[in-house]
Design a protein around this ligand. Structure first.
Ligand SMILES: Nc1nc2c(ncn2[C@@H]2O[C@H](COP(=O)(O)OP(=O)(O)OP(=O)(O)O)[C@@H](O)[C@H]2O)c(=O)[nH]1
Ligand SMILES: [Zn+2]
Ligand SMILES: [Zn+2]
Ligand SMILES: [Zn+2]
Ligand SMILES: [Zn+2]
Length: 296
């Protein structure tokens, strides 16, 4: 799937709507092949049953590789692809879909946030609290990205927002095509808020524009204060940085002043909010920031 980092060559991506665990679901396979400069795909789908309420199943190949059995009724002559060309194609295609998503959000006046971070920084906890705080006044939706499990989507559903879980299989990031499919299933109401929780990873998600209004990077104080220097792309491309788990500051050696000054060197326009998704400290600032973004 990911030609940028070489991860997950045989992804099995699933889309799962949590609220309606009915049996029937669509199975959907797409194979994209490259023949020199040409690219073509063979989609097919069928409906079948599962116990766990899948809605859509998507099996995508973006690589010219065939080391696993599948059926094709025409011969392929796959040249040894230039990795760099595939990367370009993947990123170009992603950008096309990102622009489509952005146009769709703008037409509906939906404000969309792409939440990126290392695993475990507190994205889902932040969303649970955000949903509780805002659901009475705003329609909120969530797209959850994880390699496996629907744990996060279940938490979001319990908090009270419609949610689609995307399982990326081996993939280490969401892309705009996945978001495009998930958004169609959510059937967004105008002027609503969409939160996209990306796969926990500080590297690859930086390369994939999802069409979001703003990217929000979350760092928790247990991760070390040198992250902006080590992973600059993620911090350069975000409009807001949330420093989470500040309730733990007395117990860790995270130098928050030094963190913020490094961060400002990398991105001098980035907003910074210190908060605790557990205690709620600093949460008002986050809600105000959301309000400002949604009002633009
Ligand atoms: N002390 C403290 N713990 C927190 C805070 N926010 C989240 N946690 C804990 O951190 C752990 C990870 O939180 P999650 O919300 O699941 O993190 P995540 O970023 O969604 O994780 P992935 O989806 O796996 O990348 C959980 O045990 C949370 O209870 C916080 O502000 N303070
Ligand atoms: Zn990747
Ligand atoms: Zn990767
Ligand atoms: Zn194939
Ligand atoms: Zn999560």
């Amino acid at each position: 799937m990911c030609g940028t980092c070489g991860c997950g060559e045989d992804d099995h991506i699933t889309y799962r709507k949590i609220e309606h665990p009915d049996d029937a679901h669509m199975h959907y396979h797409t194979h994209v092949h490259k023949h020199g400069d040409l690219e073509h795909s063979h989609p097919h789908h069928h409906t079948h049953s599962h116990h766990d309420g899948h809605v859509l199943h998507d099996h995508a190949h973006d690589h010219a590789h065939h080391d696993h059995p599948h059926e094709h009724d025409h011969p392929h002559a796959h040249p040894n692809p230039l990795t760099i060309r595939i990367e370009r194609n993947i990123l170009d295609k992603n950008l096309q879909y990102a622009e489509r998503n952005r146009g769709y959000f703008e037409a509906l006046k939906v404000t969309a946030f792409n939440l990126v971070s290392s695993p475990g920084s507190g994205k889902t906890t932040l969303l649970e609290r955000t949903i509780s705080a805002l659901k009475a006044q705003k329609q909120l939706y969530v797209i959850e990205g994880d390699q496996q499990t629907s744990n996060d989507a279940r938490r979001i559903s319990q908090a009270g927002a419609p949610v689609i879980q995307i399982n990326t299989g081996n993939g280490c990031h969401l892309d705009a095509i996945m978001v495009n499919k998930a958004v169609k299933q959510l059937d967004l109401k105008p002027e609503s808020l969409l939160f996209i929780e990306n796969v926990g990873n500080l590297v690859c998600p930086a390369l994939f524009d999802l069409g979001e209004t703003k990217r929000v990077v979350i760092i928790s104080v247990t991760e070390g204060d040198d992250k902006p220097a080590k992973y600059p792309n993620m911090f350069e491309t975000s409009g807001l940085c949330i420093v989470n788990k500040i309730d733990l500051l007395p117990y860790v050696d995270f130098d928050i002043e030094s963190f913020e000054s490094t961060l400002r060197k990398i991105n001098r326009n980035i907003g910074i909010i210190r908060l605790s998704a557990r205690t709620g400290e600093g949460f008002d600032q986050w809600l105000e920031w959301i309000g400002r973004e949604a009002g633009k």
